[in-house]
Write a protein that binds this ligand. Structure first.
Ligand SMILES: *[C@@H]1O[C@H](CO)[C@@H](O)[C@H](O)[C@H]1NC(C)=O
Ligand SMILES: *[C@@H]1O[C@H](CO)[C@@H](O)[C@H](O)[C@H]1NC(C)=O
Ligand SMILES: *[C@@H]1O[C@H](CO)[C@@H](O)[C@H](O)[C@H]1NC(C)=O
Ligand SMILES: *[C@@H]1O[C@H](CO)[C@@H](O)[C@H](O)[C@H]1NC(C)=O
Ligand SMILES: *[C@@H]1O[C@H](CO)[C@@H](O)[C@H](O)[C@H]1NC(C)=O
Ligand SMILES: *[C@@H]1O[C@H](CO)[C@@H](O)[C@H](O)[C@H]1NC(C)=O
Length: 464
C-alpha cells in the first residue's frame, strides 16, 4: 500500500456526506455507509480487526482522521451488536523516536488475548513512509481497549513483513500472516503470542496483500487481495485441511468485475452463535484521494467446506444476531430511475446488467431525475442508489459525485465510488421519508461533473 498522505490535500469540495438523519441508532450492517460512532463522528478504524471480549466486540483500526499526523494512532471502538460503536479512544498512540512515531507508518493492527501472560497483545505493521523497513511492532495491554505499551519492533525471524494479519485457531494456536520479499508467510507465534517461532507455510512468489484466515469445519481459508494498493481488486483465497499445507490453487471470491464489492480484505470475523456460525468478511473500501473517508464493506461469507469454496453475495443492508449467529436480509422496495420524471438532457438507455434492463444516462448539473410515489413510514430509512459508471473508473481512479434531494430538501452529495465499466453498484444513504406513497427523490449531477448513470433506488424498512 504505497501512499503518501501529504498528496491528499485540496479536496475540501468533497464534503463527507453526513447522512440526512442525525443521532441515529443503527439496526443493520450497511456495507459502504458513512458509519458514525455514538458521538455522530465518522468511524476511523481502517485496516482493522475485531475481537470479542465478554459480551462486547472491540474494533481496532488505523485512525486516518483528516488533519492527523502521518501515523495518528490505532483507534478502538466497542459495541454490543456490531451495529452501534462507542469510541474508546486510541488503543495505541505514536511513540516518539521509534518506527511508530507520528511521522512513520503504523498499519493493520491485530489484537489477541494471551491467557499465558494474562495480557492483550497487539501487532502493528511498522514502516517508514517509503515502506522500506517492513517491521512488525508488538505491544501489550492489561485491558482490551488499551493503552498498549510498545515492547519491540523487529523484522520477524529476521525477514521483511509487509501487510499483516493474525489468526487465532480453535486449538489456541495463533499465527502471523504477512507478505515477505515477494512471498506470503504464515508463522506460528510462541505459546504466549508475544513473538514468532517459525514459518509453518510459505506461499512462494505470490506477493499478495491484506491476508486474513478462517477455519470452518476442518477447512482453512486464507484470503488475500491482489497487490494493487488502495485500488479495489478481486480477493483471492486458498484452502487447506492443515495450516502447514498443502494449500489449494488460487481461487476468486467475488464475480469478475465486482472487485470484492469495491473493497480489500482486512479480517474474517467469526460469530459462533447458539444456532449458527457466521463468518464476516471485513473489507476496506479505501478512498485513496481522501483516506479519512474510506468506508467499511462487511458481508457474510458463503462457505462450502466440502467443495472448498467461498463466495459473497451483495446486500445493501443485512442483520446478524451476535447471540444466535444468524444472519438476515431485509427486503426493500425498488423504484426504477426510468419511471421517474426527467429534465434537461437526461435520457433512458438499455442496460443489460440493470434491473428491468434500462437506466437513465446524461445526469448533469442541468439535468435531473425525480422518482416519485416512494412509500415511507414517517421514519428514517436506508435507501440504496444503484449506479453504473459508463467508463472504466479503475483506470482514472476518481469517484463521481451525485446530488440527492429528498422531498425538495437540501441536496446532499454522495460519492459514487470507482467501478469497472458497466458494473452495477449501490451506494447507501439514510433519509427521513413521510408516511405513505408521497415521497420524491431528485438525483442530479454536480459542478464537479456528471453523475454516474442511474439504475434504481431500493428503499429499506425502518426497524424499531
Ligand atoms: C526507508 O527505509 C529504507 C531502507 O532503510 C531507506 O532506503 C529509505 O530511504 C527510507 N525512507 C525514508 C523516507 O526514510
Ligand atoms: C523473538 O525471538 C527471537 C528469536 O527467534 C529473539 O531473537 C528476539 O529477541 C525475540 N523478541 C522478543 C521481543 O522477545
Ligand atoms: C447459517 O450459516 C450459514 C453459513 O455461514 C449461512 O449460509 C446461512 O445463511 C446461515 N443461516 C442463518 C439463518 O443465519
Ligand atoms: C446530454 O444532455 C445535453 C443537454 O443537457 C444534451 O445537449 C446532450 O445531447 C445529451 N447527451 C446525450 C448523449 O444524451
Ligand atoms: C457498456 O455498456 C454500453 C451500453 O450498454 C455498451 O455500448 C458498451 O459496449 C459496454 N462496454 C463494455 C466494455 O462492456
Ligand atoms: C417533491 O416533493 C416536494 C416536497 O413535498 C414538492 O414540493 C415537489 O413538488 C415534489 N416534486 C415532484 C416532482 O413530485
Amino acid at each position: 500500500m504505497l501512499f503518501s498522505k501529504f498528496q491528499l490535500q485540496g479536496v475540501a469540495w468533497l464534503l463527507p456526506l453526513v447522512a440526512l438523519v442525525a443521532g441515529k441508532e443503527y439496526k443493520y450492517i450497511i456495507p459502504g455507509a458513512d458509519l458514525l460512532d455514538e458521538d455522530g463522528v465518522l468511524i476511523q478504524a481502517h485496516g482493522g480487526q475485531i475481537v470479542r471480549h465478554g459480551s462486547k466486540f472491540f474494533w481496532f483500526g488505523e485512525d486516518h482522521t483528516a488533519g492527523g499526523t502521518h501515523f495518528t494512532g490505532i483507534s478502538c471502538y466497542s459495541s454490543n451488536d456490531l451495529y452501534n460503536w462507542k469510541n474508546e479512544g486510541h488503543a495505541f498512540s505514536p511513540v516518539a523516536g521509534t518506527q511508530l512515531a507520528s511521522d512513520q507508518v503504523g498499519e493493520r493492527p491485530k489484537v489477541v488475548y494471551s491467557p499465558e501472560i494474562d495480557k492483550w497483545v497487539m501487532y502493528i505493521h511498522a514502516d517508514n513512509t517509503t515502506y522500506g523497513l517492513h517491521l512488525q511492532a508488538m505491544a501489550l495491554a492489561d485491558e482490551v481497549q488499551g493503552p498498549y505499551a510498545l515492547q519491540a519492533i523487529y523484522n520477524p525471524l529476521g525477514k521483511a513483513s509487509q501487510d499483516m494479519g493474525l489468526f487465532l485457531d480453535d486449538d489456541g494456536s495463533a499465527y502471523s500472516l504477512y507478505g515477505s520479499g515477494g512471498n506470503n508467510d504464515i508463522t506460528i507465534l510462541t505459546p504466549d503470542y508475544t513473538n514468532q517461532s517459525r514459518i509453518v507455510f510459505q506461499f512462494s512468489g505470490t506477493n499478495l496483500e491484506a491476508p486474513g484466515m478462517l477455519h470452518s469445519q476442518g477447512v482453512y481459508y486464507n484470503f488475500f487481495s491482489e497487490k494493487t494498493g488502495y485500488r479495489p481488486n478481486d480477493a483471492q483465497y486458498f484452502t487447506a485441511s492443515v495450516i502447514s499445507g498443502p494449500w489449494s490453487a488460487r481461487k476468486q471470491l467475488t464475480p469478475p468485475g465486482k472487485f470484492t464489492f469495491e473493497s480489500q480484505n482486512t479480517f474474517e470475523l467469526k460469530i459462533a452463535g447458539t444456532k449458527n456460525t457466521t463468518f464476516i468478511f471485513m473489507g476496506d473500501r479505501w478512498d485513496q484521494n481522501e483516506l479519512s473517508d474510506s468506508r467499511y464493506m462487511w458481508l457474510p461469507l458463503l462457505l462450502d467446506e466440502e467443495a472448498g469454496t467461498a463466495g459473497m453475495v451483495w446486500h445493501d443492508v443485512w442483520t446478524v444476531d451476535v447471540e444466535t449467529g444468524e444472519v438476515g436480509f431485509p427486503e426493500g422496495v425498488g423504484y426504477e430511475a426510468q419511471d421517474g420524471t426527467l429534465t434537461g438532457g437526461a435520457n433512458v438507455i438499455p442496460c443489460a446488467g440493470c434491473s428491468q434492463g434500462s437506466l437513465v444516462t446524461n445526469i448533469t448539473q442541468s439535468s435531473s431525475v425525480t422518482v416519485s410515489g416512494i412509500v415511507g413510514q414517517n421514519k428514517p430509512q436506508w435507501i440504496a442508489l444503484y449506479y453504473v459508471n459508463p467508463d472504466d473508473q479503475l483506470i482514472n481512479g476518481l469517484p463521481r459525485l451525485v446530488s440527492v434531494s429528498v422531498n425538495g430538501g437540501a441536496a446532499v452529495m454522495l460519492k459514487q465510488r470507482t467501478t469497472a465499466i458497466n458494473v452495477t453498484m449501490s451506494i447507501p444513504f439514510e433519509a427521513y421519508l413521510e408516511k405513505g406513497a408521497v415521497n420524491n427523490i431528485t438525483v442530479t449531477g454536480t459542478s464537479a461533473g456528471p453523475a454516474a448513470d442511474f439504475d434504481q433506488l431500493i428503499v429499506y424498512p425502518y426497524t424499531p
